[in-house]
Design a binder for this molecule. Structure first.
Ligand code: BGC
Length: 907
């Protein structure tokens, strides 16, 4: 027997504790050393103790991922065991077993009370914005911030303990200690969220941390996104001005009896050593104020105060979903050196998101200041290049003077590569610092290597920008805004999924997107939708949304469905998706642009109902020729919005209705499918009538607009080649360089390739003059930049972010076309292996862990021979396109297994 089941997952995790899904989903991977193995049937039995709560019966189906539980309702705080037996098409069978444990499924399960330390409310910082370079250099001591709060409670456990859990969350970000020990290794819990609408609690297994007798629990709460300063304008108190905590300990004694210990009036509180902890400004820690042993029983509560018990309720509480934030890498700095200005700097060797762990020894009261930045100036000195307010990224440590002290500012994180160190006693060495990289702790699922080192570096840069911007939610950048810009997320999602198992991560975020959708269906530009970004805030917007950003509501579930084949992401989000289209439809029908070029005939008025062409939109954001001056490095971001926002919204109206049509089909909703097909046809028709002339040209002559029109098929078929040739002309006129903004760049290489011009696609990829991907690589980038010319050709740094993943969306294209790893059916049930050949690349290897297992492809052309080695996971099939030297392909249709093909091939 060679059949094996591996990686049994429930709700996307292995043996999870603390889930609250009503119908958790089960997935398993089948392995076998036979070829052409498919699942013939499965049977799942879920048990609670000896009771069977669900028996699926024998199901003849190939579904081996995301099978939803359909038994009797799950009970809170209960461990379940699931057993599965799978039969394959060769007559073999295999069995597997997993567990899952529920958290607090009902509001009534919460007996804990919200406790709020007695504290000074945080200062409500008004919005400020300055585009001046280095504005963040406002002295941290002049910024009004409040200390982190500590809460403690002692309790007595009467009997020996069998099992114990604690469920906890906060208004702010928190960590827990029990009897002097840190609980778990999650960072920034409960994560970035719309606190008033969706607040997760974490579940920790604390069986080993407790004992019979006296115990104590401690909680430390920092500002986090709740009351800290956020975004580009540095506004504070987005959700409240006081931090608070909530925890509930559930103990099961060995004799089967239970006991619950909760946060309540018995808690006391005190401000501790963390003078302030802000995600943007940084953290200051005064070791002299430490409350040593505060989470141990018997701690003398000198100066500790009672807490306020608050009625904040439990309505919005949900169990943690997806992978939490953790330290995912620990890096040794590359070097410590003295700059020309005589300052001490540390180089992490990599632009990243995280913070340090510093070891220091010195006199009591000595102050070490750490200032983080991504770039140096041209002389090699520290440079604060970030625009925006209160983005100091400065951590301060005040020594207590007792031996070696360790500082780890875990209530903040920064986007950086370099750190300026001031006040360190003596000269620090690389051994005094660890660089802790933080990210949502997702499994890495992709590998990409090819014969061109520059492209490998590009993939490296993409991966690091992904890591740095997948910290609890998808963000734009980890230093300036740390905000959930919806456009950036939809642009990068397919690439993100090649790199990490991001399904639950994005599902979690989509829950918040749905909560933040406005009454009239708008999907905000950033989610969580901070007050600081609302129309009366800093964004020049009269609505809450923008085309290509709000469309995340439709594009993201579809992208996830395509990669993972998980239908629940479509069904869970369907209402939100429909409501978004309703909003566009209503706006298109009821609003007319104030100014019209040309005559407004009755016919034109009619088709205008299907054009979305009013209000502010970011457009094809950061279109190089419109937004950048490549000589001076000047950036005028908003110009690309003004230049393209009349036409871009209708493109996305068409794109999103097309996705809705396909979604309705998957969900077997025929009426909706008809409705969206009809709407899509009308929008396409209106677009062509309004914007495409009889030659197939569009008046806005920008590469991005042409790319989008071609990709979304917004051109009559007979004029397609004209439009494409115009695009090639524009590219040639631009010296072969790209001129696409955020929304069009994901499709640029596909459009070039799909029109049969693989060479044009590769030519574009291989450009290394600015703007291009390889320009960044050439200039030494270790991440993806927000703007192509972030470092000017003469080496001058500019004031944009060095860690913005959006333009890294080319990663998806590289996996699909260079490594040749693509899907022929959603979720890779059937794979398409089809490398796109170019003489500049002689070999490539790519692998991607699909929901069915690892799909791998390796090809090499050498000495007139081509070798292709492919591994196809069980329960899937693949169409392997073997490239021939005449430019065609020979297709092999295979089942699971490992294959090798070798044949003459002349470049
Ligand atoms: C962000 C983006 C975002 C954009 C909106 C910027 O400040 O960093 O990446 O999508 O604003 O156009």
């Amino acid at each position: 027997m060679s059949l094996k089941l591996t990686e049994l997952k429930c709700d996307y995790r292995r043996n999870p504790i603390g889930i609250d899904s009503i119908a958790p989903v089960f997935s398993w991977i089948i392995e076998s050393n036979k070829k052409n193995v498919m699942q013939a049937s499965y049977k799942i039995v879920v048990k609670q103790g000896d009771n069977i709560v669900w028996d699926s019966g024998k199901i003849e189906s190939e579904q081996s991922a995301f099978v939803a539980y359909a038994g009797t309702p799950l009970i809170s705080m209960t461990e379940y065991e699931w057993n599965i037996i799978v039969f394959d098409n060769t007559g073999e069978y295999a069995m597997g077993m997993g567990t899952f444990e529920t958290a607090l499924m009902n509001r009534e399960d919460w007996t804990a009370k919200w406790v709020e330390p007695i504290q000074k409310p945080a200062f409500i910082e008004p919005p400020r914005i300055s585009m001046e370079l280095g504005f963040c250099n406002v002295d941290v001591d002049d910024i009004k911030m409040e200390p982190a709060q500590m809460i403690r409670r002692e309790f007595f456990l009467k009997k020996p303990i069998e099992k114990a859990r604690v469920y906890a969350t906060a208004h702010g970000i928190y960590f827990l200690e029990l009897n002097g020990n840190r609980v778990g290794n999650i960072k920034l819990a409960p994560g970035h969220t719309s606190y008033y609408a969706y607040l997760e609690y974490q579940t920790y297994d604390i069986t080993k941390d407790l004992h019979q007798g006296k115990n104590a629990i401690g909680m430390v709460i920092g500002d986090g996104w709740y009351r800290g300063k956020v975004g580009i304008s540095g506004q504070s108190c987005q959700y409240g001005d006081k931090v608070a905590g909530l925890f509930q300990i559930e103990v099961e004694y060995k004799d089967g009896t239970r006991e619950t210990i909760i946060s309540d009036e018995a808690c006391t509180s005190q401000a501790g050593p963390i003078d302030y902890a802000d995600l943007y400004v940084g953290q200051r820690y005064d070791a002299n104020k430490e409350q040593i042993g505060f989470s141990k029983a018997g701690f003398p509560e000198k100066g500790w105060k009672p807490v306020d018990v608050k009625n904040y309720g439990y309505e919005v509480l949900r169990a943690e979903y997806g992978d939490p934030v953790r330290v995912v890498d620990i890096i040794k700095p590359l070097r410590v050196w003295t700059t020309p200005k005589g300052e001490i700097m540390i180089d992490a060797g990599q632009v990243l998101a995280g913070h340090v762990r510093m070891r220091v020894q010195g006199e009591k009261g000595a102050k070490v200041v750490l200032e983080h930045t991504e770039v140096l100036d041209t002389e090699g000195n520290y440079l604060c290049n970030i625009i925006g307010s209160f983005v100091n990224q400065t951590d301060t440590y005040i020594l207590k003077g007792e031996g070696i002290e360790v500082f780890e500012p875990e209530f903040t994180f920064h986007g950086f590569r370099y750190i300026r160190v001031t006040g360190y006693p003596g000269m620090p060495t690389v051994d005094d610092f660890d660089i802790l990289v933080i990210a949502s702790d997702m499994e890495k699922t992709g590998e990409f290597v090819c014969s061109d080192e520059r492209l490998n570096q590009l993939q490296h840069n993409i991966f690091w920008s992904l890591k740095s911007n997948m910290i609890s939610i998808p963000t734009d950048c980890p230093q300036r805004e740390k905000a959930g810009w919806t456009g950036d997320a939809q642009i990068i999602a397919p690439t993100a999924c090649y790199n990490m198992d991001a399904l639950a991560f994005f599902k979690r975020w989509l829950r918040i997107v749905a909560k933040d959708q406005t009454e009239d269906g708008q999907i905000p530009n950033i989610v969580p939708y901070l007050k600081a970004y609302r129309p009366d805030g800093i964004v020049p917007n009269n609505t809450d949304c923008s085309a290509g950003w709000g469309d995340v509501a439709v594009i993201m579930p579809w992208s996830m469905y395509e990669v993972y084949g998980d239908e629940t992401i479509l069904s869970d989000n369907y209402e939100m998706m429909k409501k978004w289209i309703d909003y566009i439809r209503y706006t298109a029908e009821h609003e007319m642009p104030k100014e019209y070029k040309g005559e407004m005939t009755p016919e034109r008025r009619e088709w205008n109902k299907y054009l979305w062409n009013t209000n502010f939109h970011f457009g094809d954001w950061l279109t190089p020729s419109v937004s950048f001056d490549f000589e001076t490095g000047d950036v005028d971001m908003i110009q690309s919005a003004f230049k393209t926002m009349d036409i871009i919204p209708s493109v996305f109206y068409a794109y999103s209705t097309d996705i809705m049509k396909k979604t309705a089909k998957v969900l077997k909703n025929e009426m909706d499918e008809m409705y969206y097909s009809d709407l899509h046809a009308k929008v396409t028709d209106a677009f062509i009538k309004e914007y495409v002339d009889e030659n197939g040209y569009i008046a806005t002559k920008l590469q991005g607009i042409y790319v989008l029109a071609l990709q979304m098929r917004l051109v009559p078929e007979e004029l397609r080649s004209n439009m494409f040739n115009k695009l090639l002309e524009m590219i040639a006129a631009n010296g072969g360089k790209l001129d696409t903004g955020f929304l069009s760049v994901p499709f640029l290489l596909d459009v070039l390739k799909d029109e049969g011009n693989a060479k044009a696609a590769y030519d574009m990829l291989f450009v290394d003059e600015c703007p291009s991907w390889l320009y960044e690589v050439k200039m030494g980038a270790t991440t993806i930049w927000e703007a192509w010319q972030a470092i000017l050709p003469d080496g001058t740094p500019t004031s944009v972010s060095y860690n913005h993943y959006a333009f890294g969306c080319v990663g998806d294209w590289m996996y699909r076309n260079i490594a040749g790893i693509d899907k022929a059916e959603s979720g890779y049930k059937k794979a398409k292996i089809k490398p796109l050949m170019d003489r500049r690349i002689t070999s490539a290897t790519g692998s991607f862990k699909t929901p069915y297992g690892i799909l791998r492809n390796e090809w090499k052309q050498e000495d007139g021979m081509m070798t292709v080695k492919t591994n196809v996971p069980c329960n899937t099939t693949a169409d392997i396109y073997l490239p021939q030297d005449n430019g065609t392909y020979k297709v092999e249709y295979v089942g699971s297994g490992s294959y090798e093909f070798s044949y003459p091939y002349v470049v």
